[in-house]
Design a protein around this ligand. Structure first.
Ligand code: PGA
Length: 255
């Protein structure tokens, strides 16, 4: 599973270039690929879907559609200036939603209580795939309390029935910094995350765990080779269609 998170980047021209670069570079695949553009551009991705249909024909239908997702959702609606409600995303046929990104936690003061409300709302929606981001800061990493921090962030799923529920492990210090943990350390943390979710969720789900934080087409293979890395959540490197396609291709040939 490979997901692009464009954050607050992009533009109409860029979407066209990105689409043709992605299509020209992406090899046939049969796993989940998604893109979360800024909300205002979601409808422009109908263009992309059209192009991908053409590509599908070219590759004997081996290429699955690219899934379009939300970078975040508002679990409520009504008098909430500036937000986009989960119902609106549902109406658009959005396939996945990212929640709990560290930028939401840091810049918009989102805490476990709010993130839990979002998970409950998503569980009652037609949005199939939910991606919960968790990760420790540099300071927490230096103190050696990464697992405690992750366990606390994962309390939001305690006793819940989870379906199509994915975790993205994104160390805050690795996001946009060019720094990453060692692949072996990522693997160990992913195993830990799977164990915690399995023992705490009501239906004992073993979730897919994606790695996020400075993933590029240069380092992706080193992560994908690890047993418990089930894909990537890609920020900066997803803004270039060719680079993102390369990452998808690397996953295709490594897993
Ligand atoms: P990055 O961002 O790939 O630019 O480090 C990842 C993320 O924040 O999801």
């Amino acid at each position: 599973m490979i997901i692009a998170n464009w954050k607050s980047n992009g533009g109409l021209m860029m979407i066209q270039d990105w689409t043709s670069d992605f299509i020209n570079s992406c090899s046939p695949k049969d796993f989940y690929v998604g893109i979360a553009p800024p909300v205002i551009y979601i409808s422009d991705f109908s263009l992309l879907e059209w192009d991908l249909d053409t590509l599908k024909e070219k590759s004997n239908n081996k290429i699955w559609d690219i899934n379009i997702g939300a970078q975040d959702i508002d679990h409520l609606s009504g008098s909430r200036t500036g937000t986009v409600s989960i119902r609106m995303f549902e109406e658009f046929g959005i396939d996945f939603a990212i929640i709990g990104h560290s930028e939401r936690r840091e810049f918009f003061n989102e805490d476990n209580d709010l993130i839990k409300q979002k998970i409950i709302a998503l569980n009652n929606s037609n949005i199939k795939t939910k991606i919960l981001c968790i990760g420790e800061t540099k300071e927490e990493n230096d103190k050696g309390i990464t697992k405690d921090i992750l366990k606390n962030q994962l309390e939001v799923v305690d006793a819940m029935e989870l379906e199509n529920f994915i975790i993205a492990y994104e160390p805050v210090w690795a996001i946009g910094s060019g720094l990453t943990p060692h692949p072996k350390d990522i693997n160990e943390i992913h195993k830990y995350i799977k164990d915690v979710v399995q023992s705490n969720s009501a239906n004992k789900l073993i979730p897919k765990v994606l790695y996020g934080g400075s993933v590029t087409d240069k380092n992706a293979e080193s992560f994908f080779k690890e047993e418990f890395v089930d894909g990537a959540l890609v920020g900066g490197a997803s803004l270039d269609g060719k680079t993102f396609a390369n990452i998808v291709n690397i996953y295709n040939s490594t897993k």
